[in-house]
Unconditional design. Sequence first.
Lengths: 233, 364
Amino acid sequence: MGSSQPREEDVRAYPRLLPAGDSGILIELGSEIDPVINSRIIALAEFIETAEIAAVIELVPTYRSLLVSYNPLETGYDEMLGLLNETLDRADYSALDSATQTIVELPVVYGGEDGPDLENVAEYAGISIQEVIDIHSGTDYPVYGLGFSPGFPYLGGLDKRIAMPRLKTPRVRVPAGSVAIAESQTGVYPNASPGGWQLIGRTATPIFDVNKPSPSLVTAGDRVRFVQVQSHA
Amino acid sequence: MLESGNNTIRIIQPGPLTLVQDQGRTGFQKLGVSVSGAIDFDALNIGNRLVGNDPNAAGLEALLGGLEIEFSKQTVFAITGADIDADLDGVPVSTNISYTAHAGSHLVLGMVNEGLRAYVAVAGGLNNSSVLGSRATHIASKIGGVDGRQLAEGDVLSLGDPAPDGLSGMVFADDEFSSTVQNLTIRIILGPQDDEFSKTGIDTLLGSTYSVTDQSNRQGLRLDGPEIESKTGRYDIVSDPVVNGSVQVPGDGKPIILLADRQTTGGYAKIATVASVDLPKLGQASPGATISFTAISVTEAQQLLIDRNERFAAAELGNVVNQIAMRIEGEEISVGVTGNTAVHLAKINDAVYPVSIDEYTPAE
């Protein structure tokens, strides 16, 4: 997912329900990466699931928008808009409570072969390597959504002191478990894949396995806590 | 008729890119799992119908053709999609007709004449283990099909049990459903982020002809043509979900139509979305194909889809062999000729095979 640079003031009225073709409706609750907006997106996905609208095929929550994918042979556009608007009208976000969020701990070996960009990040930030590690592992990160590749969690709230742009030339192959940062985000590559984020460490904990009933260790709305370890168990 | 035991096909030549595909892996996009599936899903659907399969059965998607397979047992199959020459043990076979292959038969697909992807459906469907509810191959994430990769020489694929009423010699003749046209008019629904673009930008999209570049693949069609102007000069948005047929516009102003293997989210503004009924055609658009866009409403697009589904359901399979019938040594034999007169068929005890018929020249 992407850019977090500031835009012109957003004067649009939210929520916006927009057509994503003839089989999807996109619900936007804002235009920016924002923890409150994101937690509402995730809650809204739950509300829609609870509403059990028969035509809904799947829901895809991202930072500030939710895709409702539906079967138009079952329910047409206008009727879907009506059903979703009803759900939005009933949505009560006051019960959102971070205390109920699942915290997933991931042990990370920082630097060295596991995090080849850690030194560059420290240099870019003008602080020591250990300070980068302490800052990175000192926060619980909300999972804003999963995307890019199966199980890849977009984690928000990275400390600005260690924010750093993506590599100019993406790597052809990033090892599985790599913990990485890009701009104000951090994330974990579940499987080996190409990638342009700065690699600062690696976890040996598998975070995505298609053979498990719940393939992804983390899902949108969870929080991830990185714990520094000296070697992979 | 079928012998017992495991029915398989073996890949003798894989061609440039042959994949196991079905109608895709839905339900896991929130975990970042791409939908994937046949790009010309109508073609696979027709193939499955011709061989008596469930619509979601897995078949082979052969980019450009070039595929050779061997059947272990007598098997009903059909080729659909691209316009392609093919033969069974050296005898020509047509697309959109189901045939019976003998045990040990070799099916050879040439390179496509027009279009991009040929589909081979086999009775019973490919029976690879399903991953997250689908057999579709997604190469980028190494999921589905055979180890999440393209098929290679020597791969052996097991088949499921064929439907008892799956016949050979059936033809699907409604050409509304299998198009290899290379100058396309594609119907789109503006949005979700059309308000990121200027009126000039939208007029450019709707008033220009774009061409498909060779940078296109199963993830998307990269188009070349006039640049589409955004309101602010920026094209990136906070990444959000994309769908099959999302028309996104990156910084160079040239649209990309996302297809089956797209990632689940994207960071470029999406000016429009292709109407579902026009998606299969995009799977047959070769580099150099031209595309112009027409905007329609969501309701219109949904009505088109409803009409098309009804038309598909109502389309009857024809029987291609009904011309001459005779009895030879106790076997019921009939011979037929398809619309393409180069291809002949013989029906022997309910199974239809391609046959060679030497040209008959009357004596003086």
